[in-house]
Ligand binder design. Structure first.
Ligand SMILES: C[S@@+](CC[C@H](N)C(=O)[O-])C[C@H]1O[C@@H](n2cnc3c(N)ncnc32)[C@H](O)[C@@H]1O
Length: 180
């Protein structure tokens, strides 16, 4: 069982590391991963789940960042709106977004299939999810690491199509899936 599992633990964990988060991130997060995620974003209406300090979508005018951790949100540099909420209980009407980004956050969702089901409800037809996630089992003691097959199953079982899994390096992967 990974160390940070469930909403309450994730919130406490990120509240506690928020003051150092950007410095930690700068050491482990590769600039080209960020560019890869950004290059796949479509449409003006973007939801960034686990927006944290605004690393991925902070430059977009119309994006919405959602996060459990008030301490992360307090430090966020973000042009769009910020909402403190749990993605598993989203405070938005359905079909509201063109793209939903989970940059380093999908594996904190308590049930990945349910999270993909919520994502499909929140996307307009033709919209997409983009995940940046760990890909090496060396990290499995800290966070959940899904295989390409598990990602396909999680998203296909919720009606997504064109599910792409791209290995970015030994540590990280990009997953993209489209809502028909
Ligand atoms: C590793 S950080 C990623 C932050 C940012 N996306 C980035 O790329 O730097 C994960 C974030 O997901 C948030 N998070 C975890 N579970 C969540 C949930 N159920 N709903 C909303 N945010 C969540 C955490 O509070 C944390 O800020």
């Amino acid at each position: 069982m990974p160390a940070v599992q469930g909403a309450a633990k994730a919130r406490r964990f990120f509240d506690s590391i928020a003051p150092w988060y950007d410095r930690i991130n700068a050491r482990i997060y590769k600039r080209e991963w960020l560019e890869r995620v950004r290059s796949e974003i479509r449409g003006p209406r973007v939801l960034d789940v686990g927006v944290g300090t605004g690393f991925t979508t902070g430059h977009l005018a119309d994006s919405v960042g959602i996060d459990l951790s008030m301490e992360m949100l307090r430090r966020a540099r973000h042009r769009g709106s910020l909402v403190r909420a749990d993605f598993m209980m989203p405070p938005f009407r359905g079909s509201a977004f063109d793209t939903i980004v989970f940059a380093g956050s999908f594996y904190y969702m308590p049930n990945p299939r349910d999270a993909a089901g919520i994502a499909v409800d929140q996307l307009r037809p033709g919209g997409r999810v983009i995940l940046l996630s760990p890909a090496t089992l060396l990290l499995a003691g800290f966070v959940r690491v899904f295989s390409p097959r598990e990602y396909r199953e999680i998203f296909a079982s919720n009606g997504f199509r064109d599910i792409r899994y791209e290995r970015l390096n030994r540590a990280a992967c990009l997953v993209i899936a489209e809502k028909p």
